[in-house]
Design a protein around this ligand. Structure first.
Ligand SMILES: [Zn+2]
Length: 310
């Protein structure tokens, strides 16, 4: 039976996501990062020309891959249907196993599975000769099927629960594109990951304005990835506007955390350590809050502001 290849996060042919734009856009995007210095062993901090080029190529590749993956991604209803298919198949198998005759069992036992036939003395001495007795191995098969059935039911319940839907409503999974639920959108990822790369090469210089260097950098990455011009780039622009502020705040908080941690490590006075520890825990909480907010962000909705101490 030729089954269709199931949808996967990995592309069956990674070359499909290769950047399609002109090399001049790659060059412009790399220049936008203002690479400097020689290559360092710690590539996550290196700001050399080669690492800038590798970073831009990766951004463009991931963008194209996200666009492809998002197009044919499974919907929530597909997941529930597949789980139900497994559960129903368990039922079919269980019925098939429980209805086999002893010679079918014997056929399985010849290859070491399902049931084995033992020859032994008949317990009743009044009966002549030896008797045949089955050891019913199908019980173990049934136990495995029960585990699979329970897993299917639990998976379905959990899947509905996280979406706020009642148990058993397998037809209500809806048309949610699960890849978008998981990655939001290719444009969102381009902005978040592009920000991180830009921050590495040009710390604290990324800005959300449409004429900013960061915006121009993303535009070049987009053109390099897609071969399209900036007119089709509006999705990215909207995400830059929505994400610039929380991403900037996150960078500031991460810097604060590093600074406080250094101070805490070097502090000897117990009271000072206590104060620093308290400040550190607040910053850690704010980072977690902001990271979650960035993950949950939807276009067109105002972000909730954090009201905790500083
Ligand atoms: Zn490097």
């Amino acid at each position: 039976m030729n089954l269709p290849k199931p949808w996967s996060l990995d592309l069956s042919n990674p070359a499909d996501a290769a950047p399609r734009g002109l090399p001049e856009f790659l060059e412009r995007a790399v220049n936008g990062l203002s690479p400097k210095g020689r290559h360092q062993d710690n590539e996550e901090q290196c700001t050399c020309q080669d690492c800038a080029k590798a970073g831009v190529k990766e951004l463009a590749f991931v963008y194209n891959k996200d666009v492809i993956r998002s197009k044919d991604a499974p919907r929530a209803a597909d997941v529930l249907r597949e789980i139900e298919d497994i559960r129903a198949a368990v039922e079919v198998l269980r019925n098939a196993i429980s209805s086999v005759n002893d010679f079918t069992r014997l056929a399985f036992s010849d290859v070491g599975g399902f049931a084995s036939l033992h020859e032994r003395e008949a317990p009743d001495r009044s009966r002549p000769g030896k008797g045949l007795e089955f050891y019913d191995g199908s019980r173990e098969w049934n136990q495995s099927l029960t585990l699979l059935e329970r897993a299917a039911c639990a998976a379905s319940d959990r899947f509905l629960e996280v979406r706020g839907l009642p148990r058993g409503s397998i037809d209500k999974g809806g048309n949610t594109n699960l890849f978008k639920e998981y990655r939001t959108s290719a444009e969102y990822q381009l902005v978040v990951q592009g920000w991180s790369l830009f921050q590495r090469f040009r710390p604290n210089e990324a800005k959300g304005g449409e004429k900013s260097d960061f915006h121009n950098f993303l535009r070049d990455v987009y053109s390099y990835a897609t071969r399209r011009d900036a007119e089709t780039y509006s999705g990215v622009t909207s995400w830059v506007h929505a994400l610039a502020r929380p991403l900037r705040e996150l960078d500031e908080l991460l810097a604060q955390r590093t600074q406080l941690f250094c101070q805490f490590k070097n502090a000897l006075d117990p009271n000072e350590r206590k104060t620093l520890e308290k400040k550190l825990s607040i910053v850690v909480y704010r980072i977690a809050f902001l990271q979650q907010h960035i993950l949950d962000l939807k276009l067109g909705k105002k972000p909730p502001r954090f009201k905790g101490g500083s």
